[in-house]
Design a protein around this ligand. Sequence first.
Ligand code: TRP
Ligand code: ZN
Length: 498
Amino acid sequence: MSPRSKLTLGTATAATLLLLTGTASAAQPGSPGIGDPYYPNAGNGGYDVSHYDLRLNYQPATDLLSGTATILARTTQDLNRFNLDFLLKVGSVRVNNRVAGFTQEGGELVVDPRGELRKGSELTIVVTYSDVPSSHQVGGVSIWKRTPDGALAIDEPDIAPWWFPSNNHPTDKATFDVSVAVPDGVEVLSNGLFNGTAKQINGWTRWRWRSVKPQAPYLAYVAIGQFDVRHSTAPNGQPVVNAYSLNLGADDSAAKASIERTPEVVEFLEESFGPYPFEAQGGVVAPGIGFALENQTRSTYDPAFFRRGANTYVVAHENAHQWFGDSVSVHRWRDIWLNEGFASYAEFLWSEHVGEGTAQENAQYVYDSHPATDEFWNVLPGDPGAADQFHGAVYDRGALAVHALRVAVGDEAFFTLLKRWTQAKKYGTATIEEFIALAERVSGQQLDELFRTWLFTKGKPAVGPGGATFATAGAVAEPPSYRKIRETHELLAAGHAH
Ligand code: TRP
Ligand code: ZN
């Protein structure tokens, strides 16, 4: 849905040449990337997806994933060829019911529609495939996670190509129908609304899920295995689906004592961020993830977050991402502060709400606990680079930047700004520069200096995020909440190291 695609200069020049030589066609190949400097091959040019229908089968014993992806899209240029991001072995491709040619290399599925597609045409792309995801590696690693009883398709920002063909960039959101057939007795979780199960004749059951609001491909997920699945209704009337792996062992109770509070956390966050943007709520806990991820409507968590008892901070973090990351997504991956800075700040707000330390105390503590010589201060939350996209500093220094803004503009302007932002950018993508512009408009203040200091300048700012300075570490006591928040950020930031 509405990416900002544009013809490249090279394409325009080639088109002109074709016209000069008298060839009637201006159709060109779609580009293999959407133009994101952190991930040059992510996403593709030339079309805009509106819906993915994924009808899959998965056998845990062999890790065989097979099925059909039906993709509804519209061309945004005259096309004679286009790419999808996909790693698994394809059996066939059809475009508008005609058999298409295809090649696969380097995570790109290149489709030859055997004819030209005019700009603005509707496309129905049908891809059949069958493969063992764990047999693949990219850069020497597999991010497809097999578990003793199933598998998890969960990662950021690159999981989509491991299980379905897509335009894998947040700038092309779409709705999703995901159904997976598995041997009877195995459970399947995915995003959005539960659409029921259907018994098949072969001793398998098909689980059906539907995500009805625009969703970035990396936020689509499946968790397959043995789960205790719990259905309930949130105070706002929305369906809640939580699921707990049967292999949580000693972490089971603490996991449930945290995730079962999701609707309460969502209700609390609505006070600061405005109405919850999606149709359902919930959380899934499964071993083997190694981190937590803000999958749309249904975040997933490694049990490690609950090893030392209940942790509602990680629940606040992942659910804050439903606004900051999932509904309002990054325009380019360099804008990651818009996700992690705000999700981390939500933990400070939750801490204050539950009486375990104010946001100010948490911010001051983080500022004090990192001496000026700490490498922490050399990661720029406003442009950390692909390698440091999920560095701990993006979370912690990112949260300090949010607090510095709050102190500078005052609570009234700050919370007005957050609500206006989530409303104005709902279901879309945004840049840090757009956030700064709105912050200046809402507050009536010139904020370039503040954002330059906190997001774009290396080194420890001389003045803390609350406006005060303490000379030495240990000047303020650690708020009770920060023990959990630190643990949460250590696990989340480590997630990227795989
Ligand atoms: N975005 C996730 C969160 O903050 C954590 C995360 C960072 C992650 N890097 C990742 C998850 C890589 C999966 C893969 O909640
Ligand atoms: Zn996060």
